[in-house]
Design a protein around this ligand. Structure first.
Ligand code: M6R
Length: 609
């Protein structure tokens, strides 16, 4: 999604902004631009396509200044052209703005600006209206102009503004889109995300909804909507700068797949006390509270939603509370049964996904208690929840989520075990077995990763297929959905996941000689049923690759190719079984020559509805 970077200080604003935008590249964009303010003029450069196009266009020595704003745009209103790229400049050429989010009333604003102020729009974006609005209200006080302009906006925004006759200030405003400021030695910074500033500073202020900021070289002033100054503690960002590098790997995705054993180990270790009982930092539910919940909703999008599907199995099994899992974009519009007896679990890697955030707000409005599983510390979902459990996967850069998913699974199992223990709904022996097995997972993940060669060879044999099906039963359905999503998002192969038992109700009609199936058969409980489903598709000449537990070698009798995961209890196989699917997708995409870390049309964090 769009990224914002701004700087005012002694250093080159161009360098700071380009470095920041490069650090945000992983979030996805399709055009970029910079505005600098120098000698009473605005200098603007914008380019569509990759950031290197913009870098080329900003090389000139005279394109230098000490104050500026920059933006990477992920197109929503209007195609990714130079005209639609930010910064947008007001008609009088005095104001430049960058904007993340969506202005919902932009049509009305355009009409009003055109009719009443003779504005001729240069782009088809919703954002350009902001530049004209600020300029209409600008009478020498930029903050006042931005405050008045934002009163007219409805929708979501994080905005950075500069004026050509004010070379000392960047003014910014936030409503429902992430925004931070960075505290530096040689100046101060503005950004949509902290990775943009890692090279320069780790001390930041998180800007909240409805707040305004004036950033100068020596000062950062945060104000509420009435202009009253807000004093805030700065936050120290504890991100490892090396996390933003590939560390010798060709892609972030493979680096992040390899990191899973370690990240899963960390996510577990900090939640187990010396007796290996689950303790969830800062989260306490009493038995009465848990018994008071008559249902749990899990709300999330994409990969996080697939983690939720597995969470449902664990919570229902250990905590004995009915769970409904909902796609966040649907949840908020379907009048869900949420009240003070509902626990709502929101899952989000970025913590900024608009659909998830809005679902959270809807659930909160209805009285639900919100527990979030989030990776990015201090993100909006984390801040607006009653309780937060961080997944501690570290910075995830590849658009295709891998380590965030497996750490989400770990947290869901721990939440389910914790709830079960407090409620007394899981017996001690079962509780112990699951924890003992969880502790073995990091080592077993290493084993799966070591089988990469076999997975790569399989990918070499099938990468030209144009359609791939994933099937499974029980938790393997959720793993199939995740495997299928991973494959389609980075390889652009049309893939489809379905419960194996559901095939015969329609989808089986698609099978022809050689149709490729990835059949997950990790569940002992339904193993024989799965074998029957595999026989059914084999009878129709499909090519079947199976994923099963090591000890299930008998599967070789029905499968064309086999991949194995180490033996483990049925409940926990999703953490292991997803890894061959991640590696399979990665190698297929690589063999097809695709942009693995930044697939087309996708963004790392989806901050629009
Ligand atoms: O940041 P979030 O976890 O809220 O993101 C949700 C989805 O957009 C995300 O999981 C997406 O599906 C990934 N690209 C999948 O790999």
């Amino acid at each position: 999604m769009c990224g914002i970077v701004g700087y005012v200080g002694d250093d080159s604003a161009k360098e700071v902004i380009l470095t920041g935008l490069q650090a945000l590249e992983y979030r996805g964009y399709d055009s970029a631009g910079i505005a600098l303010s120098k000698n009473g003029k605005l200098l603007i450069r914008k380019e569509s396509g990759e950031l290197k196009n913009l870098v080329k266009r900003t090389q000139a020595k005279d394109f230098e200044a000490h104050i500026g704003i920059g933006h990477t745009r992920w197109a929503t209103h209007g195609s990714p052209t130079r005209e639609n790229a930010h910064p947008h400049v007001s008609q009088d050429g005095r104001i430049a703005i960058v904007h993340n989010g969506i202005i919902e009333n932009y049509q009305e604003l355009r009409q009003w600006l055109t009719k009443e102020h003779n504005i001729e729009f240069k782009s088809v974006t919703d954002s350009e209206a902001i530049a004209h609005l600020v300029s209409i209200y600008y009478k020498g006080d930029l903050l006042e102009a931005v405050m008045t302009a934002t009163e007219k906006l409805s929708g979501a925004y994080a905005i950075g503004v500069i004026a050509c006759d004010n070379p000392d200030e960047i003014v910014a405003a936030r409503m429902d889109a992430p925004l931070i400021t960075g505290i530096g030695e040689n100046g101060n910074y503005l950004a949509s995300d902290s990775p943009a500033l890692l090279k320069y500073t780790r001390d930041i202020y998180v800007i909240e909804n409805g707040e305004y900021v004036v950033i100068t070289k020596d000062n950062i002033r945060i104000m509420d909507k009435d202009g009253t100054r807000i004093r805030r503690q700065s936050t120290h960002v504890d991100l490892d700068a090396a996390a933003a590098e590939k560390g010798g790997h060709p892609h972030f995705m493979i680096k992040e797949i390899y990191e899973q054993p370690e990240k899963v180990k960390e996510a577990l270790k900090i939640r187990l006390d010396k007796h290996n009982n689950v303790k969830l930092e800062g989260i306490h539910f009493t038995k009465a509270q848990l018994e008071g919940f008559d249902r749990v909703y899990i709300v999330a999008c994409g990969t996080a939603y697939h983690a939720g599907l597995i969470g449902k199995y664990a919570i229902e099994k250990y905590a004995k509370i009915p769970v409904e899992v909902d796609v966040a974009s649907e949840f908020r519009y379907r009048d869900p049964f949420v009240d003070d007896k509902t626990l709502v679990i929101c899952i989000s890697q970025s913590g900024e996904t608009s659909d998830t955030l809005e679902a959270l707000r809807e659930a909160k409005k209805r009285g639900g208690r919100i527990l979030s599983l989030v990776n990015v510390v201090g993100s909006s979902v984390a801040r607006e929840s009653d309780d937060v459990l961080y997944t501690w996967a570290g910075l995830e850069i590849a658009v295709a989520s891998t380590k965030a998913y497996t750490t989400q699974l770990i947290c869901l199992y721990l939440v389910a075990l914790y709830m079960g223990k407090v409620k007394g709904s899981i017996d001690t022996e079962h509780y112990r077995t699951v924890i003992d097995e969880l502790l073995l997972i990091p080592e077993k993940l290493e084993t799966v990763i070591r089988s990469e060669r076999r997975i790569r060879e399989l990918a070499e044999d099938v990468y030209k297929k144009e359609q791939i099906f994933f099937i499974g039963r029980g938790v393997d359905v959720a793993t199939s959905l995740e495997g299928s999503l991973k494959l389609k998002e980075i390889s652009y192969i049309n893939s489809f996941a379905i419960a194996a038992g559901e095939l015969k109700h329609g989808t089986i009609a698609l099978i022809r000689r050689g149709t490729l199936f990835l059949a997950l058969a990790t569940q002992d409980k339904v193993y024989e049923k799965m074998i029957s489903n595999i026989e059914e598709i084999k009878a129709r000449k499909a090519f079947v690759v199976t994923i099963s537990k090591d000890s299930r070698k008998s599967i070789e009798k029905v499968a064309d190719r086999t991949l194995y995961i180490p033996d483990c209890i049925d409940d926990l196989t999703p953490i292991l079984a997803v890894v061959p699917l991640q590696l399979f997708s990665y190698h297929i995409a690589k063999l097809r020559g695709k942009e693995i870390d930044k697939p087309r049309n996708l963004a790392k964090s989806v901050t629009v509805e």
